[in-house]
Ligand binder design. Sequence first.
Ligand SMILES: C[S@@+](CC[C@H](N)C(=O)[O-])C[C@H]1O[C@@H](n2cnc3c(N)ncnc32)[C@H](O)[C@@H]1O
Length: 245
Amino acid sequence: MAAARQAMNKNTSINASERVTQSHPLTKSDKQVKSKKRVADHGEVFTAEREVNAMLDLVQQETERIESRFLEPACGNGNFLVEVLRRKLGVVDGRYSKSQTEWERYAVLAVSSIYGVDILEDNAQECRTRLYKIFDDRYNSLFDSKCKVDCLKSVDFILHSNILWGDALDFTNPVTKQPIVFSEWSAVNGSLLKRRDYVFRFLVEQSHQFSLFNDEGEAAAIDEPIKDYPLIHFLKLREDDTTQL
Ligand SMILES: C[S@@+](CC[C@H](N)C(=O)[O-])C[C@H]1O[C@@H](n2cnc3c(N)ncnc32)[C@H](O)[C@@H]1O
């Protein structure tokens, strides 16, 4: 891993990974309150680890299903999401640690199943950083110098797509007012990933299942992806490639 990290540090084009690994050294968050103002303005009181675990135990089977998707619409700095990733990676370790390729494939899939939104930009960033660090530490402890920069770049890319700065009440970015869009990642034939983008508002409205009907009285197609990408190898995800798709 030291070799992989050196390579990442030398390569100045890996801006996304540097953003994740360097801008927020914070990896563990014990504090439940950052400031009185943030509590007053945004109700920001983070859930303690004991409660997080007790709540996740209620859906234990899902937290241990590698591809089971979790979305937290007010994720804070990620107390629930980091524990979900920890549990999923525990399953990946148990099943696949003897094969690096298999471990990478399923560990990346685990990361791709985790989604979050927070109205405070620093929370979304901190959440990404903590998730990245959990992946990086586990990968490093298993495969050390054989860790691949490409794998870390894919994880970084997915985290920037899945953990977003946004208002979960009006479904937009608080500053740009652009609609929040999430990517769905699905494994195809082992090493390929299918990416489809969906508008967050429509996903929520669909799950509330109201009667949205079109002119013919049929269910309106609000669950259609707004963008459908070609298949891509799970180790080849990065900003330069995907913006061209
Ligand atoms: C009570 S904290 C919970 C954080 C995290 N879920 C946890 O349990 O540790 C509430 C979080 O919701 C965020 N928040 C408040 N209003 C929001 C909104 N409209 N959209 C998205 N996030 C919001 C706050 O910034 C804060 O991080």
